[in-house]
Design a protein around this ligand. Structure first.
Ligand SMILES: [Zn+2]
Length: 305
């Protein structure tokens, strides 16, 4: 038998080979051995009829939250978002921190069928149920040296860093969190993935003079090519589309300079904002799903906030 396995009659979509059509796919030794309009079933030890189904290369979810249990009800089970959803590689965005990375390696990376890597949280606490506790994410809760060290000693699973540039934080602490996060990324020579769009509620003292439409222009000068501007279609203030309904001019400059943008669908996506951004020529580089415990219907671990 030349082939171990044959997937017959599915619709193969493989943009890298410019393929979209009905093909048979043969696999040998865990690798794709042939993709042809028709392959004889007798040439494989096992043949599976996949007609009516999509046959895709393993998808990569560039924005996952799969630090299950450690991040309260926020983190999902990795294989649910991964191999059971057609996704073979997951990038956890800011779940583990320099403190909790060993647990992430042991209980997620090593334990799951899906390939899992991380953009390490810039914050010591990592991505706990942080939407509700902004004071966990203030500048005093960042340790640049410790976070760089964690990344450098775990280069196989740490592929970048995650931080937030949004109104609730800027109203409390200004740009300091972003400055420290960029410093971490530069020292470790890895990309920084930045959440845009308001996440934390305002402090009791209000916005403290911060105009959300100025956050991008404050942050972009700190960034380097391959850093990622996330949530381009956010419906929350402080994103790519300003309050006049126009894409901030600095976005195009940033993307022309080599910065990237990731959808980060999650709880942020707005069709109206997507239409405005796409019409302005902003086409995201990657399609992170940003699924987590707040935007999916999975039971919360018992007793979480
Ligand atoms: Zn997210």
């Amino acid at each position: 038998m030349p082939y171990d396995l044959l997937l017959r009659g599915g619709r193969v979509i493989d943009p890298a080979q410019n393929l979209d059509g009905n093909y048979d796919v043969a696999i040998t030794g865990g690798r794709i051995a042939a993709v042809l309009p028709s392959i004889a079933p007798s040439s494989a030890s096992e043949a599976i009829d996949v007609s009516g189904k999509l046959v895709l290369p393993g998808l990569i979810d560039t924005h996952a939250h799969v630090f299950e249990y450690v991040t309260g009800r926020f983190g999902l089970e990795a294989d649910l978002c991964g191999v059971r959803s057609g996704v073979t590689t997951l990038i956890d965005q800011g779940g583990p921190s320099c403190i909790t990375l060993p647990a992430f390696r042991e209980f997620v990376v090593n334990a799951k069928e899906s390939r899992v890597v991380a953009f390490l949280s810039a914050y010591l606490v990592g991505g706990l149920e942080g939407h509700y506790y902004p004071s966990l994410y203030e500048p005093d809760c960042i340790d640049v040296d410790a976070t760089v060290k964690a990344a450098n000693e775990n280069r196989d699973i740490v592929k970048g860093f995650k931080a937030h540039a949004e109104l609730g934080g800027f109203a409390r602490w200004g740009i300091e969190v972003m400055r420290l996060s960029a410093e971490i990324a530069r020292q470790a020579q890895l990309p920084l993935y930045i959440h845009f769009g308001q996440l934390w509620e305002l402090p009791e003292s209000g916005a403290n003079g911060v105009d959300p439409d100025t956050i991008l222009e404050q942050v972009v000068p700190l960034l380097k090519p391959c850093d990622v501007l996330a949530h381009p279609f956010t419906r929350h203030p402080g994103g790519f589309v300003n309050r006049e309904g126009k894409v901030h001019p600095i976005v195009k400059e940033a993307l022309a300079r080599g910065l990237k943008t990731d959808v980060g669908h999650g709880s942020h996506f707005s069709y109206r904002m997507a239409r405005i951004a796409l019409d302005a020529g902003i086409v995201p580089d990657t399609l992170g799903a940003d699924m987590h415990g707040y935007n999916t219907r999975v039971p919360a671990p018992r007793g979480t906030p």
